[in-house]
Design a protein around this ligand. Structure first.
Ligand code: ZN
Length: 203
């Protein structure tokens, strides 16, 4: 399975990091070893002093396809989860400065927190999914998928031009504004439409 991630997919987040709003989806990947499941704790890595959370709605691909047409794109996903795209912001900054790839800053072990998946027909509003993240009980990020620059169908069309989409692949669809650092001892909790999806202790 592949873990595909989209960067800068909310205008307010692109602006908070002084990045331009992209004209095409910004794509990177994490290896399957990055997944952190079942509310397991996250161990702060020694190689970073500036580890950031990014809460994101995650799509699961439910059928194989390449060069998917827009009118059929909605058939390629039926479940969503909530995840964190943990990012070593200090390493990412160095990679960006040098024009290097981001993998060491984004794809390290445990960097892809994922909740259980839920069927989208169970959602109150599948076209405008509300989600938020708390840190130690305080809301730090709030988003709604109606504000995505590139919506789910557009992502399916775009990605399937380059990568064969395979059943079980997952897509982190980008983070809204409010990204920030975590410290050892913090507790993160993620919610979709007010329902708790995961918690994650930083150790
Ligand atoms: Zn992200």
């Amino acid at each position: 399975m592949k873990i595909i991630c989209i960067g800068r997919n909310y205008v307010d987040h692109a602006k908070e990091l002084n990045n331009p709003v992209p004209k095409q989806p910004l794509v990177f990947m994490k290896p399957p070893s990055a997944l952190l499941v079942n509310n397991k704790p996250f161990y702060y890595p020694e190689f970073s002093q500036d580890l950031h959370y990014e809460v994101e709605i995650v799509l699961k691909v439910c059928r194989n396809g390449r060069h998917v047409q827009k009118e059929f794109a909605h058939k390629y996903y039926e479940q969503v989860a909530l995840g964190i795209d943990f990012t070593a912001r200090d390493l990412q900054r160095k990679c960006k400065e040098k024009g290097h790839p981001w993998e060491i800053a984004k794809g390290f072990d445990g960097s892809a927190v994922i909740s259980p998946f839920m069927n989208m027909d169970k959602l109150i509003n599948p076209k405008a999914i509300d989600f938020h993240l708390t840190k130690n009980g305080d809301i730090v990020q709030k988003g709604n998928t109606k504000d995505l620059i590139f919506d789910f169908d557009t992502l399916i069309v775009y990605l399937s031009q380059f990568f064969k989409l395979q059943q079980g692949d997952i897509i982190y669809t980008g983070t809204p504004s409010g990204v920030g650092p975590v410290q050892i001892g913090d507790e993160l909790e993620g919610f979709i439409e007010g329902q708790q999806m995961f918690n994650c202790d930083i150790r």
